[in-house]
Design a protein around this ligand. Structure first.
Ligand code: 2P0
Length: 325
């Protein structure tokens, strides 16, 4: 009863922002992401009869407290699905996701955990069921089950049975690049889970956000199919700005941006005005991800590196979905 799985992070081009059900993690809106090859988690789950509780090691260190609880509560769902309520496991996770890069490791973390645990406990190998299960650990993680361009269908059922990810196009469909721009300073932020909850409950812009999603999705999917970089970039950037606008209209208001965040956004706009197609997107933190096509690699790197307050740049290509090691 042992299995090892690997999963990559993903970057949302159409953002998931807000839940309609916090326990099952059901979103208010569909979202669409690109799985990235540069950042991943590898997890081994080993169910052992001798255990009376789960033991969770992250990067070889035993984890206790809230983080352990979140993993163990997630394994409860797997135990229940498998009809094995007393099966406890050793969980060893290695994160190849530098927290400084501004990627939540929860996406790759829960996708790898769900895949390894499902296989170890003997649940049938089924990607859709795996995406549904993974979603209940962390919403954005359900998209990391698949590689390439992935849409998370919000679904309509109260039990979440139709809320899962589907692949729109595989990783080799289009050679895009995503530069994660790492900032030198890391201020304390509003966690995404808390931030989206506050936004749903109080932001006067929230309904406009939800209403804007279907048009964005239709257009970006056409852009992906046609490999129309300008179209995809423009929609992703505008969608990101609209998500962040909802936080400014929340009560109390908040923003994930720092001064360097704004400086990078300005640099990307300037690159465009000089004829270099590049677009930005930002998640629930200050770091910026810049989208571009391979021929502009050198210009993009050199220009971003020169922005004061930029510490590092980590480039990814489209990545694969969950795999077993
Ligand atoms: C996304 N984010 O689509 C959006 C954009 C952040 C901004 O999904 O509460 O860690 O575990 O479902 O998935 C971050 O939220 O939240 C996120 P939970 P999650 O990638």
């Amino acid at each position: 009863m042992k299995a090892t799985a690997k999963a990559h992070t993903n970057i949302a081009l159409i953002k998931y922002w807000g839940k309609r059900d916090e326990s099952l993690i059901l979103p208010m809106n569909n979202s669409l992401s690109l799985t990235l090859d540069g950042f991943y988690t590898t997890t081994t789950v080993d169910f052992q009869d001798s255990l009376t509780a789960d033991q969770f090691y992250l990067n070889d260190r035993l984890v206790e407290g809230a983080e352990h609880h979140r993993v163990s509560a997630f394994l409860d769902r797997i135990r229940k699905a498998a009809g094995r309520p007393d099966a406890f496991a050793y969980v060893h996770s290695t994160n190849h996701v530098p927290t400084a890069a501004g990627f939540a490791s929860s996406a790759s973390g829960f996708a790898a955990l769900a895949a390894a645990a499902s296989r170890a406990i003997g649940l049938p190998d089924n990607a859709q069921a795996l995406s549904i299960l993974t979603r209940q650990g962390s919403g954005s993680a359900c998209r990391s089950v698949y590689g390439g361009f992935v849409e998370w269908e919000k679904g309509a059922e109260a039990d979440g049975s139709d809320s899962y990810a589907i692949q729109i196009a595989p990783a080799d469909h289009w050679d895009l690049r995503v530069a994660a721009v790492v900032l030198s300073s890391d201020e304390k932020k509003v966690l995404s889970r808390e931030g989206m909850k506050r936004t749903v409950e109080t932001s006067t812009f929230y309904s406009a956000w939800v209403e804007s999603i279907p048009d964005d999705l239709e257009a970006i999917k056409a852009g992906i199919a046609e490999k129309d970089f300008e179209k995809v970039g423009e929609i992703a950037e505008a969608n990101c700005l609209r998500m962040h606008a909802t936080t400014l209209a929340a009560n109390p208001p908040f923003s994930y941006w720092q001064s360097t965040t704004l400086a990078i956004m300005e640099t990307v706009r300037k690159l465009r005005s000089e004829g270099v197609p590049a677009f930005f997107t930002i998640d629930a933190g200050p770091n910026v991800k810049v989208l571009y096509t391979p021929e502009h690699e050198e210009t993009i790197r050199n220009t971003l590196q020169d922005v004061p307050g930029v510490h590092d740049i980590k480039v990814s290509r489209p990545g694969q979905g969950v795999s077993y090691v």
